[in-house]
Structures are given as C-alpha cells and as structure tokens.
Write a protein that binds this ligand. Structure first.
Ligand code: CTP
Ligand code: MG
Length: 730
C-alpha cells in the first residue's frame, strides 16, 4: 500500500516538512482572523522586535570590521583595475543590516569591462587569502561570493551592478520615511533568516525580496505607513547599460503621510504575516512596490507557468519550478521577477512559514517561538576573534624568536621570488624574441618552402627527359645533324638528274627509297631527343637558379638568427619555430602560478610580521594592552602578577594600580589619599615631586590627545602597516 497522500501525492516526509501547506492543499486548513490575535501577543511581538533590533544589529566593532574590509578590498581592486570603482550597496549601504547580513560590493567600470574580469578578481581574492570563493559568471549580474578569512564577513562582489545602486538608494529612502519601516523590514529579514527561507542560492527569497515584501505590506496598511516613492509627475529616465529605466525616486523630505498611521511595531509585523499567509496575493497578483499595491498577473503577462511547486516536488529532484511562482516585481527592472530564484521546495517552505507564523500568532505564540531557529546549528555564536590569542601565552623571548624566524622566512622568500621573477622574465623574453624573429623571417621561410617544394618535381622531370633523350640516341645511334646530312644526300640522289650512263638498277632505287624513309623516321625520333635535351637543359638552369635562391635565403635567415643570438645568446641551439616559442610561454605561465603562490605566502608572512610587531608594541605598553583587540579577559586580569624569569607575566596586559601622576595630582590638589596611593607616591619620588611635576591643564590635555593618537596608531590595520610598501604594490 502506498504511503502517499491520495489528494496531494505528498510522501509522509513531505507532509512532515509542509504540514500546513498540505492541510491547505487538502482544504482542511483553518487560519485565525487578524482580530483574533490578542493584545498581549501584539505587545510581546513589538517588544521582541525592539530587543532583537538591539541584540542583532551590527555592533560598532562589526561595523568597523566591515568598513576595514571594504577599504582593503577597494584599495586592492582599484589598484588592479584602474578604470573601476568599488562601491557598496545592499543593506550595509541602506542601513537595513543585521549582524547576519553580507557585504554587497560592486565593481563599477567606467568604459569597457576587461575580459575575464571576474576571474581576475578571483585571483586577487585568492592571493589575499579569502575563503569559500564561488564565482557565478553566468548570473544575471556576474558575481563572486566569498568570506573574509580573518573576520568571516560574507561578501558578494558583482560587476557593473548599476541598478542595484539605485534600488539600494530607494530602500534607504523608504527606511528614512518612518523608523517603523526600517524596524519592520529588519524584523521580517530576521524572521525569514531564522526560519531558513532567506537564501536565494538555496532556492528561497533573497533578503532583498523579503525587503520588498515588507515595504509592500507597509504601503498597504490603512492608512499606509510607507509612501510610494516612485510616483510623481516628473519622470527621471536614465540609460543603464543600453536600456532606459525609469529611476524616478521622490525625496523623503517632500513626503507627508496624511492621515498618519499610528499602528505599533507589533501590529505591523502581525499584519505583514497575515497579509501574505491569509490572502496569498501571489495567486493572481504580482507584488509591486513601484505602484504601492499588487498589480494583476494579467497586466504583467506573468502567468504562473507549470509545474507549480506542489506538483514539482512530486517530480524528479531537479524539476524546475514554473516561472513567476510567487511574483515580485523589481522596482526598476520591471521585467525582473524576484521569484526567479525559487525552487519548488523553497516556494513551499515560504508558504509553510507564513502559515506557521500566522497560526502561532492566533494561538498566543510568543516572539521567541515565532522566530525560533529552524536549524539552530546555523546560529551557534562564533567565538569572538582575538588577533593575539596565541601570542598572549608566549614570553617576550618566544615572540622575539617568532619575529626573527619570520624575518628570515621573508628574506628567503623574497630572494626566491626575485629568482622566480627573473626566470619568468627570461622565458617571456625568449618567447618574444623567438616569436619576433619568426615573424621577421616568415616571408623568407615561406619563400624557402616554395623553392624547396619545386626542387623535387623538377628533378623528377629532368630524369624523365634525360631517359627519353638517352633511349632515343641509343636506339638511333646517329646524331641529328648526321641524319639530316644523309637525308639530304639520299634525297639528292633520288631526285637529281639521272646519268644516262649510270642508270641505277631498280633494286638499288628501291633500297635508296627505303633508306630515305628510314632516315625520315630516324629524323623524327632524333628531333624528339633533341627537344627532350633542350627541355632538360632549361630545367637544369631553373634548378640551378633555385638552389642559388635557396642558399641566398638561408644566408638571409642566418643573418636574422645571428642578430637574434646577439641579443639572446641562449637561443643558440634552437630552431626558429613556434613550438619552441610555445614551450617558453608554457614555462612562463607555470612560473606565474608558482610566483602567485609564493606572493600569497609572502603576503601572509608580512601580515604575520605586522601582527607580531603590533603585539610587541601593545604588550610593551601595558596601559594600552587592555581589551582593544578582542582580548575578552585582557582588561580584567588581576593586578598582582609578578614578572617571572621568562617575563611571561609582565608580557600580559596588567592593571598596576593607580598611576603616580594621578596620585601626585590628587595630592597637590589636596584630595584624599589611600595607603596604596601613599605607597605609589613614595615609590615615585615622594611628596617633593608633587608641586614640581604638576602639569598645566593645557599640557595635560595635549598629553591626552597624544595618547589617543598613539593608541590609534597601535591598532593593527589590515594591509597598510601589516604589508610592506613592496607588498602593497602587489
Ligand atoms: N539585488 C538586486 N536584485 C536581486 C537581489 C539583490 O538588485 N535579485 C541587490 C539589491 O540592491 C539589494 C542588494 O542586491 O539591496 C543586496 O541583496 P541582499 O544581500 O539580498 O539584500 P540585503 O538587503 O543586503 O540583505 P542582507 O542584509 O541580508 O545582506
Ligand atoms: Mg546583502
């Protein structure tokens, strides 16, 4: 007996994965009404969102790390592509970002995009130790995805993604219209992410699509919370990559929402869920932020192609979902439906999550339950990154050893790189020289080939003529001139006047006639032999000329080769042919790969040097070695650590009690002093120092400022100080 559902055809596993969608398809699903959601639930959801915004928003440290990563990539890529600018877009630019968001960057080329630009970016990223690099060159907009090796920040770099820069601006303006718009969008993104329905790469909506769904819902409240920013009399038509788009966008300042919507955050989020769960606009409508309300599928000619999700999941695993399944119109690229990325299971997952949240809200569910992680392992907090974690346990001497080993390794690698670079240059030079000479001598070599090609047939023809001539001569035995003399004689005899006293006998006359005819036949043959001989002589001359040209040609080629050898003596034993040049090319290419690997290694070593140097600076200045670089316990370490022989305790950041200057100042101003203060005072020169060392308020301010600057300078920076000038050039 089959386990599949008779109505839907779902397997038990599919029913377990989409229980509510399954009920809906069977016609047994009952959804609560919006009115049935209790005040308490709404309040709890509102509070949940507020606290989520605080806990899930990017921390200043994360923002700083993102900004640092962006600066690093910008400097690197703009150095490589002189006609391009790296720009930020997406949530990091629109302000609609949570900790889970990625860094969306776009390499905008002014003019032509260089061939294989994405591959070149890939190479650079590899050299900079980026992780999990995936290239999508055939995507609508070519894109490369990766993670920063150090901070693990996920990054997308697309090429000439001009429209994305505009739609980012649009979203930025929407979120500036009303604080609740930003909050609801972030709540929706958070919920979708926790419920695993926000990843275009695995067949669900992108964060961007969720943002548009949220904006549309806020445009549809009564009265609307969000305006329609793309309306207006004056249209702004802009050509982007050969297509004209309507990029009209109203200024936020020009908008007043009247009457104003006063719904709470909780209410708005609940309404968002109910709007999509209950009325499922995708049935016959297309979500359209551009117009402020869904437009009909018919007007866009976006019919839901087959198979639909519930049928496609029953087919083979790789069955594609019919186009325009849950259609969302891009605000500017009106032909672009954001549901294009959906896979059958993804579309059902989305519907399931809407229904699940809706049922939970009707059932008194709390915010935490609504956004409960579907796959908690995805949300295991990553331990805070401590750049100096391994060094904290090391003694001064150990760190010094590391530094010296690092310097030796850098020096050795530097030299190896120089040798490799020279070797590569040599190969490139040889290939170029060879190719250049080959090209210079191409005509000569073509000519030579033509001459050589005529030699053999001509020689054959000469042999033939010679054989013909010799055979005839052998057969006839008389040369042509002699035959002609005899012919004349016989002819004269036969046709001359007859001496009446010596009339030839009939027999003799017959013999003479016969001899005459024989001579005639011999003459024809001998003429042939002579013609053959003449032709032979002519060919012989041609052959001689050809050989002479050959010699001249070879001489000319030798001259070119000699010139080449003068510049490249190592080509001495080489033939001038393309396969040799290709060998050099191949070698140069292989060397380039090795050089690339070494360069990456060198960069790593230089970065390590920067890190070690920074640690030496920080740890030799204990007052500053507190928790600046992710040292979770650094600042809280006890003050009683004593210097050990190895110096390891002294090496750690410490709190050494009150500073002598502070105590002196306090004593001078008549403040109270503790026993510890007195101890510090006595150890630092006693009371006599109090009046002398009192700093003027101006000087102390200057000192403070200087300290701040120094503190800033001690921060290890990505790329800049951790790479040498030479390294930066790479
Ligand atoms: N984008 C687009 N078309 C898409 C997907 C994305 O134009 N089909 C652009 C949008 O400009 C969007 C940006 O890419 O703002 C980033 O997309 P995404 O990372 O999905 O959205 P974010 O708002 O950045 O979300 P997150 O914070 O989760 O990264
Ligand atoms: Mg993003």
């Amino acid at each position: 007996m089959s386990d599949e559902c008779k109505t839907t055809g779902f397997t038990p596993q599919q029913v377990a994965r989409w229980p509510n969608v399954h009920k809906h398809l069977c016609g047994t699903l009952e959804l609560p009404t919006l009115d049935s959601v209790s005040e308490e639930v709404i309040l709890n959801i509102g509070e949940g969102i507020e606290s989520m915004l605080k806990s899930e928003g990017p921390t200043p440290k994360q923002l700083k790390a993102r900004a640092g990563l962006f600066r690093h990539l910008k400097r690197t890529l703009e150095h490589r592509f002189k006609n391009a600018e790296l720009q930020q877009f997406g949530s990091s630019q629109s302000g609609l970002t949570l900790q889970a968001g990625d860094l969306d960057l776009c390499l905008q080329f002014k003019g032509d995009i260089p061939a294989k630009a994405l591959r070149q970016v890939n190479r650079i990223l590899k050299q900079h130790d980026m992780e999990d690099i995936v290239m999508l060159p055939r995507a609508k907009v070519p894109i490369i995805k990766f993670k920063d090796e150090r901070t693990k920040i996920p990054v997308d770099i697309s090429i000439n993604n001009t429209l994305a820069l505009h739609n980012t601006e649009l979203l930025k303006r929407y979120s500036a219209c009303d604080e609740r718009i930003r909050s609801v969008i972030l709540a929706v993104k958070h919920w979708a992410n926790r419920r695993d329905v926000s990843d275009a790469a695995s067949g669900t909506f992108s964060s961007y699509a969720w943002t548009l769904l949220a904006v549309q819902a806020l445009q549809q409240t009564t009265p609307p919370v969000a305006p329609v920013l793309q309306e207006g009399q004056e249209r702004s038509m802009v050509e982007v990559e050969g297509t004209t788009y309507d990029l009209t966008m109203r200024e936020v300042d020009s908008i007043t929402m009247d009457p104003k919507n006063n719904q709470s955050l909780g209410e708005l989020f609940v309404e968002f869920i109910f709007k999509y769960a209950a009325s499922w606009p995708f049935k016959d409508q297309v979500v359209s932020v551009r117009t402020g309300s869904p437009v009909t599928r018919k007007s866009k000619k976006w019919k839901h192609a087959t198979p639909k999700a519930e049928k496609a999941v029953l087919m083979e695993k790789k069955t594609r979902l019919g186009q325009h399944s849950l259609p969302i119109e891009d605000p500017f690229d009106l032909k672009h439906d954001l549901s294009r990325v959906l896979r059958p299971a993804g579309a059902l997952d989305i519907q399931e999550e809407f229904i699940r949240a809706c049922l939970a809200m009707g059932d008194g569910g709390r915010w935490d339950a609504i956004v409960e992680a579907k796959n908690p392992e995805r949300f295991v907090p990553v331990a805070e990154f401590d750049l100096f974690e391994d060094l904290r346990k090391k003694s001064k001497e150990e760190v010094a050893t590391l530094l010296s080993e690092n310097a030796t390794a850098i020096e050795a690698l530097d030299e190896r790189m120089n040798a490799l670079t020279e070797e590569r240059k040599h190969n490139v030079r040889m290939s170029r020289a060879l190719r250049g000479t080959i090209e210079d001598t191409t005509e000569l070599r073509n000519e030579l080939r033509t001459i050589v090609r005529t030699l053999r047939p001509r020689s054959k023809e000469m042999d033939k003529l010679q054989t013909t001539r010799d055979e005839i001569n052998k057969r006839i035995g008389l040369p042509l001139y002699r035959i002609e003399e005899l012919l004349t004689d016989v002819y004269k005899q036969l046709t001359g006047e007859i001496d009446l006293f010596q009339v030839p006998s009939l027999r003799r006359e017959e013999d003479q006639f016969s001899w005459f005819f024989e001579l005639q036949a011999m003459h024809a043959e001998a003429t042939k032999a002579q013609e053959a001989h003449k032709a032979f002589i002519a060919l012989l001359k041609e052959q001689k000329d050809a050989v002479r040209s050959l010699k001249a040609n070879e001489k000319e080629q030798q001259k070119h080769k000699a010139e080449l050898l003068e510049s490249e003596p190592m080509l001495k034993d080489m033939d001038l042919n393309f396969s040799d040049a290709m060998q050099f090319d191949k070698k140069a290419h292989k060397l380039l790969k090795v050089i690339d690997q070494r360069r990456t290694e060198l960069r790593r070593l230089r970065r390590e040097k920067g890190r070690l140097d920074a640690w030496v600076r920080i740890s030799s200045n204990p007052s500053r070695s507190s928790n600046r670089h992710g040292n979770k316990g650094g600042g809280k370490r006890g003050g009683g650590q004593k210097r050990t022989k190895s110096g390891s305790a002294d090496w750690k950041p410490r709190n050494n009690g009150p500073r002598p200057e502070d105590v002196q100042q306090r004593a001078a101003s008549g403040g109270t002093l503790s026993l510890t203060d007195l101890d510090v005072l006595l150890n630092s020169g006693g009371l006599s120092t109090v009046t002398k060392k009192q700093p003027s308020p101006k000087a102390s301010r200057r000192q403070e400022r200087k300290k701040k600057v120094n503190a800033r300078n001690l921060t290890p920076h990505r790329g800049e100080r951790s790479q040498s000038r030479k390294g930066r050039k790479d």
